[in-house]
Write a protein that binds this ligand. Structure first.
Ligand SMILES: Nc1ncnc2c1ncn2[C@@H]1O[C@H](COP(=O)(O)OP(=O)(O)O)[C@@H](O)[C@H]1O
Ligand SMILES: [Mg+2]
Length: 271
C-alpha cells in the first residue's frame, strides 16, 4: 500500500507550549482518516504541519513521497482550513467565481498539452467548474452569491472548489462546525463518496466522534502530545478517548445511512 503521508519522529511546539513529542504514523492512499481529539490537542496544528504551513521542531513529514518542506505539487492537495468555516461569507462573489479562482494556473496549458476538447479557455474553465459542482450536487447554484447559501451548501461549494484541481488528497479542518446535523451527515457522506468513487485520500478533523467513526476507515486520536491511529472498524477505544479528554465522553455512533460507507465497509452496519 502506498503511503501518502508519513510522519516520522515529529515534535512541535509553539514557543514553550509543546503540542507533539515524537509522533509517528502514516496514512495510506485511499484512506478516509478522521482526526479526533479534545479542543487544543493539536488537530489543526497537525494538518498545518503536514501541509508545511508550519515546520516541525524535530522530525520529518512526507507527503506523496516527498519531504513536505520541498513539496511542490500543491494542486494535488486540497485544504479547507478551520478559519474558512468560521467566517461569515458576505463578500459578493458567485459560486462560479469562487471555483474559477481556484483552478490551478497551469490547468489550461496542461489540458491543451493533453488535447482538451474544450474550444476555449473559458469553455474549459466552465466545464471544470460545473463538473465539480455536479459532483457535490450544486450545479444549479453557479450564479448564486456564496453568502446566500446555507452553511451546508457553502461547505459543498468549498469541497467543489478543491475538486476543480482533481486532487489526490483533501484536508478538511472541522468542516461541519456550525451546520445542522442533516447537512453535516450529507457532508460526511459526500466525502465518503469522493473517497470511494474517486479514490481521493481524505483527512478530516472533527469533534463528532460518533459520526466520523461510521464514515472514516481510520481514526487518528490527538492528545497528550501524541497521535494514535486505529482502524475505525475495531471497537471504539473508549478508554483511550476518556484518557485523552480527561473525562467521560458521551458520544453516539450514529445510524448508518450512507451507501458509500455501507458498501465500502460492509461490517459497519447501523446499530
Ligand atoms: N498560532 C498559535 N500560537 C500559539 N499557540 C497556538 C497557536 N495555534 C494553536 N496554539 C496552541 O496549540 C495547541 C493546539 O492547538 P490546535 O492545533 O488549534 O488544536 P485543535 O485544532 O485540536 O483544537 C493549543 O494549546 C493551542 O492553544
Ligand atoms: Mg482546530
Amino acid at each position: 500500500m502506498e503511503k501518502v503521508i508519513e510522519v516520522k519522529n515529529l515534535s512541535f511546539g509553539y514557543n514553550e507550549n509543546k503540542v507533539f513529542d515524537g509522533v509517528n504514523f502514516s496514512v495510506d492512499r485511499g484512506d478516509y482518516l478522521g482526526l479526533v481529539g479534545p479542543n487544543g490537542s493539536g488537530k489543526s496544528t497537525l494538518i498545518k504541519l503536514i501541509l508545511n504551513i508550519i515546520s516541525p521542531t524535530k522530525g520529518d513529514i512526507f507527503l506523496l513521497g516527498h519531504n513536505a518542506k520541498h513539496f511542490s505539487h500543491w494542486s494535488k492537495v486540497g485544504y479547507i482550513s478551520q478559519k474558512a468555516n468560521a467566517v461569515n461569507i458576505s463578500f459578493p462573489a458567485t459560486v462560479e467565481e469562487i471555483l474559477g479562482a481556484n483552478v490551478c494556473k497551469n490547468a489550461w496549458a496542461n489540458a491543451c498539452g493533453g488535447q482538451s476538447k474544450a474550444a476555449s479557455r473559458k469553455t474549459f474553465l466552465r466545464e471544470k467548474i460545473y463538473r465539480a459542482l455536479e459532483i457535490v450536487g450544486m450545479e444549479d447554484y453557479g450564479k448564486e452569491l456564496i453568502g446566500n447559501l446555507s452553511g451546508g451548501q457553502q461547505q459543498r461549494v468549498f469541497i467543489a472548489r478543491m475538486l476543480v484541481n482533481d486532487p489526490e488528497m483533501m484536508f478538511l479542518d472541522e468542516p461541519t462546525t456550525g451546520i445542522d446535523a442533516k447537512s453535516e451527515e450529507a457532508v460526511y457522506c459526500l466525502l465518503a463518496r469522493l473517497n470511494r468513487e474517486m479514490g481521493i485520500t481524505i483527512v478530516m478533523a472533527t469533534h463528532d466522534i460518533g459520526a466520523i467513526t461510521v464514515h472514516a476507515n481510520k481514526i487518528a486520536y490527538t492528545g497528550n502530545k501524541s497521535v494514535t491511529v486505529q482502524d475505525s472498524g475495531t471497537a471504539i477505544n473508549e478508554g483511550l478517548i476518556n484518557d485523552l479528554y480527561g473525562y467521560h465522553v458521551n458520544f453516539h455512533v450514529k445510524k448508518h445511512e450512507c451507501d458509500s460507507c455501507r458498501y465500502r465497509y460492509p461490517g459497519k452496519e447501523a446499530n
